[in-house]
Design a protein around this ligand. Structure first.
Ligand code: HEC
Ligand code: HEC
Ligand code: HEC
Ligand code: HEC
Length: 309
């Protein structure tokens, strides 16, 4: 080969090498700036402030030497990998009861006692994207056209009902109320649940398991195109969301709509392994929802119950 060509090739490889190094460096810098790494650094500082170096030098050292790492809970039973605890680092620690987010201890520690984080993770109750390590990606905020956001506050009990069929046993007041409304509004006249009820509308026995992709979001107002949003808006105005629907608009306040939505979103046929299936009392029988009770004027009754006169 000619010397000139050889020189050019050498120069080229040197340039490529240098460029490679620069890129690598840039990635490293960006990596160090990742949201979750900053939360972990902040958490470490908070933790060190809570520990006396003199009284507990070994623990102090151990925390001081903590390296940033992705933390995750893997649940093979339903194929979840939940990395929420990568940021929600104080979730099980009452020392963090009044810390700011994302470090705050869980507001219901007794719930985590019954559903240990290492066995349940978070998304089985909260929804969202378990794998994500960024705030937006974990679906904290409703994103347009993204069908699986986190469960809204007022609908949290829908998730309890997926496993717990005895609502009374866990004090799921909104599910109890939602089931009550279902009966009082005669929804079973058109809908079946567990083979009880009419067949004018879709069977709702597995409504919770229905793919969000099966719904038409074309007529929703704005904001999230999620199944949760669909259900809420559909109850507010069925004919607007599903043109031609025989369902009428019921007079319900927001709380009643949340209760009813939580109830229908809890109707699931999912089978969990035994260790995830709550035991029920021997005499437990699922409530009938197709019993005929006189249809009541709901708003007034529920406002009264909630103390809003
Ligand atoms: C990148 C870090 C990060 C990850 C990963 C993350 N979160 Fe968060 N989360 C935050 C921050 C920061 C806040 C507080 C800001 C706010 O109130 O919205 C928060 C707030 C919350 C809240 C309270 C929201 C409210 O309205 O007060 C819940 C519930 C929550 N996260 C659940 C989850 C779940 C479930 C996951 C996993 C799917 C998750 N988070 C993953 C950073 C994170
Ligand atoms: C057994 C179901 C369940 C599990 C598992 C669970 N949570 Fe919760 N979480 C709840 C309920 C119920 C609430 C209370 C919501 C409400 O009514 O305000 C809650 C509240 C919260 C809040 C406060 C929300 C707010 O608005 O202030 C955060 C943050 C949170 N959970 C994060 C997590 C994280 C992170 C995990 C996993 C480590 C987790 N949760 C696991 C059921 C659960
Ligand atoms: C993945 C299924 C699953 C989900 C989702 C779930 N639980 Fe549980 N829960 C269980 C199992 C299993 C037990 C253990 C009960 C037993 O040993 O019989 C339990 C226990 C409990 C207990 C203790 C009392 C009892 O009956 O043993 C309470 C209270 C409870 N859950 C409330 C809730 C609430 C509230 C939610 C929703 C925020 C919820 N659970 C979501 C499966 C679940
Ligand atoms: C007159 C018959 C009728 C009554 C009464 C009725 N529905 Fe419907 N419902 C339908 C029909 C038909 C559809 C399908 C069209 C649509 O999306 O509105 C439907 C759709 C639904 C859906 C969406 C189901 C799916 O899989 O897409 C839900 C949830 C629902 N109804 C709940 C209720 C509840 C709760 C009540 C009582 C408050 C009720 N319905 C009363 C006929 C009825």
């Amino acid at each position: 080969m000619e010397k000139a060509v050889l020189r050019k090739l050498t120069l080229l490889s040197v340039i490529c090498g240098v460029a490679g190094f620069v890129l690598l460096g840039l990635t490293a810098v960006r990596d160090g700036k990742r949201e979750w790494k900053q939360y972990q650094a902040e958490y470490k500082e908070l933790l060190l402030k809570k520990i006396s170096r003199d009284r507990n030098p070994a623990l102090y050292e151990r925390i001081a030497n903590m390296k940033p790492e992705i933390k995750q809970v893997v649940i093979d039973e339903w194929g979840a990998v939940d990395r929420c605890v990568t940021c929600h680092l104080g979730i099980e620690d009452q020392l963090f009861a009044s810390a700011k987010q994302p470090f705050t201890a869980h507001p219901k520690p007794e719930l985590l006692k019954h559903h240990p984080v290492e066995k349940y993770g978070c998304t089985i109750c909260h929804g969202g994207q378990g794998l994500s390590t960024i705030y937006a990606g974990a679906a904290h905020k409703a994103v347009d056209h993204w069908p699986v956001p986190m469960v809204a506050k007022g609908l949290m009990q829908s998730r309890c009902g997926v496993c717990h069929k005895d609502f009374e046993a866990i004090g799921a007041d909104m599910l109890i109320k939602g089931r009550e409304i279902f009966k009082e509004m005669h929804c079973a006249g058109c809908h079946q649940i567990e083979r009880q009820g009419g067949a004018v509308g879709p069977d709702l026995s597995a409504f919770a398991d229905k793919d969000p992709g099966n719904f038409s979001y074309a007529n929703l107002d704005k904001g999230s195109h999620s199944k949760q949003a669909w259900v809420i808006e559909h109850f507010r105005d069925p004919k607007k969301v599903s043109p031609g629907s025989p369902m009428r608009t019921y007079a319900m306040n927001d709380y009643q709509i949340e209760c009813l939505a939580s109830y229908v979103l809890s109707l699931s046929q999912r089978d969990f392994p035994r260790q995830y299936t709550p035991k029920v009392k021997a005499d437990f029988a699922p409530h009938r929802v197709d019993v005929i009770v006189p249809e009541t004027e709901l708003s007034a009754a529920a406002d009264h119950e909630k103390g809003i006169e």
